[in-house]
Design a protein around this ligand. Structure first.
Ligand SMILES: [Zn+2]
Length: 225
């Protein structure tokens, strides 16, 4: 199901208190129009009824794309992330048992960018674990270039059938780099034997996951790609 809730916020421009309806969960089978609205962020657009100020709100919610059997929970605190993980790991829950039987792909993310990135990766039919490993090896390469700015965020995006990452520092773009198809395929080939099936691979797939995976298997796979 899709659901909404009302919250109160002060308009960032005029300061007046407003009641705003935000999504708690979005199921794209029930609200197909939300598929595009999430991707272009119009789902999160807020217009102040008093002063007309427009902005994009950033809040946690569940994104559920039933037709492709994946759900992504976006949470904003460690505590909420643990809570979702516990609920999703509960083997006594009939609901969760069904999810596992259906090989549902479930992920927990911590930022709006990460949520949109996951959706873009799944839209492209890619394995988010291999993408995280690609990002990690690109970062290793970047560190060897000894550039002044260090990216604090590396985000996947797709353009004209090609896969790219953008390197950001404090939200500012440091550069774009292509993920060569040969790189993705080689990493996939090397790591596949050590990884579980994608739906069974854990709820947190991010740079910490990539680093941990690399350290665990580095004696069996390549050190650079
Ligand atoms: Zn206002």
């Amino acid at each position: 199901m899709s659901s909404k809730e009302n919250i109160e916020l002060n308009c960032p421009n005029c300061g007046k208190k407003q009641t705003v309806s935000i999504w708690k969960s979005i199921n794209t089978s029930l609200n197909p129009e939300m598929k595009e609205a999430v991707r272009n962020k119009s789902a999160f657009k807020y217009t102040c009824p008093d002063c007309g100020y427009e902005t994009i709100l950033d809040y946690g919610f569940l994104y559920h794309q039933m037709s492709d059997r994946f759900m992504i929970q976006y949470v904003q605190t460690d505590e909420s992330a643990e809570k979702v993980k516990d609920i999703w790991s509960d083997e006594n829950s009939p609901m969760m048992r069904i999810m596992r039987e259906k090989h549902y792909l479930m992920r927990i993310v911590r930022t709006q960018n990460e949520l949109l990135e996951k959706i873009e990766i799944f839209d492209a039919g890619l394995d988010d674990r291999i993408v995280e490993l690609c990002k990690m090896f690109i970062l290793i390469w970047y560190s060897e270039q000894k550039k002044e700015d260090w990216p604090d965020e590396v985000l996947y995006y797709r353009q004209d059938e090609d896969n790219y990452v953008q390197l950001l520092s404090n939200g500012n773009l440091l550069g774009d780099m292509i993920i060569p198809k040969t790189m993705y395929d080689k990493i996939k080939e090397d790591y596949q034997p050590f990884l579980a099936e994608i739906w069974n691979g854990g709820f947190f797939v991010n740079q910490s996951w990539a680093l941990e995976t690399f350290q665990t298997f580095k004696d069996h796979v390549g050190e650079s790609y």
